[in-house]
Design a protein around this ligand. Sequence first.
Ligand code: GLU
Length: 420
Amino acid sequence: MPDKSEFDSPLFRTTLHQLDTVAARLNLDPNFHERLRYPRRALVVSVPIHMDDGRTEVYVGYRVHHNTALGPTKGGLRYHPDVSLGEVTALAMLMSWKCGLLGLPYGGAKGGIRCDPRSMSPGEIERLTRRYTSEIILFIGPDLDIPAPDLGTDEQVMAWVMDTYSMTQGKSVPGVVTGKPILIGGSAGRKEATGRGLVFILSRAASRLNQELKGKRVIVQGFGNVGAVAARLLWREGCTIVGVSDVTGGVYSPQGLDIRQLGIHAEESGGVAGFPGADPVAHTDFLELPCDVLIPAAVGSQIRGDNADRIKALIVAEGANGPTTPEADQILRERGVTVIPDILANGGGVVVSYFEWVQGLQYYFWRESEILSRLQEVMTRAFNRIWAVAQKEGTDLRTAALMAGIRRVAEAFRIRGLYP
Ligand code: GLU
């Protein structure tokens, strides 16, 4: 078989392992299997920009389309120091399975720029975004590939992508990105959608396990778009949020943190560290704090073979993409921990992205209540199907979710046939 090692990365190895395991279970046609192991296309670009101090810095950016069998490709844009071709490819593959299992008419994609946005000024980030967009312009479009926010990017970055693309077309093209500000074609409820979907799926899982979410002790790793929203909603539902961490550090209080005050503190001081009344916790110890539910909502590969047996949680709901390595997955499975996999738990974001795209194409916008009920409908359908598959096949939820997602993409391959 030809060598394809350029996509190698720790996360890519994880996603390949997941695909290979599930392909064997599904008896997947080996020809489809081999095509699904690698992206359809991957673009690597240099992104030179003027820095505020007058220097020119050159960043490396990527946009990867994993699969286009189900429709145009969809997936976030990540600004982070760990971004690499292999990581972006793995994340694009996860988007294919995510869209497949949620029944969305999209293939998977992902983009990223290796940079540290926390050390850059808003002007530098704007120039980075605009130049990157112009470098990948032939790769994106409302019926080709539609970026969205991910780690390190937000609705302002999406507005710059949309504006840059639109300027080259001589007209406004809101459908080229999702996760935009509402004023320029964004959707009500998109910003909270990932956290909201996660809490919704978590409460479904709890009730299937004959448990109540209320009163559960929860720790949340990451206090960004996913973690902060999930923490706030769970806190409101009566959970005790005993620990929260972000890049600045971790904070712990067995009596529970006041999430509203924590939000204000993080806003003012740039992070959760130093929150009055809570104990500081080192990153290395954070995931092992006593709790019932763990929500990893930061970067990938956090729950590994070397710490999985010390995790106290009985339910892990993956807000991040790829937070658990295959070794850790096995340890957690053997210990009876219920892991709600990323492609299901954090799927609410891309579901409302889909609603935003549909609304934009029709120039007709729905009320937030309508968005919420449709989000619940899509998530409930996916959750019920996956839970049923897991019961029937005697598998964990990750395997069941991957089976549902991969099967759908493979079925689209079969129906479409191979060109030429
Ligand atoms: N970046 C998010 C994810 O990983 C959202 C993608 C999208 O909305 O297209 O699912």
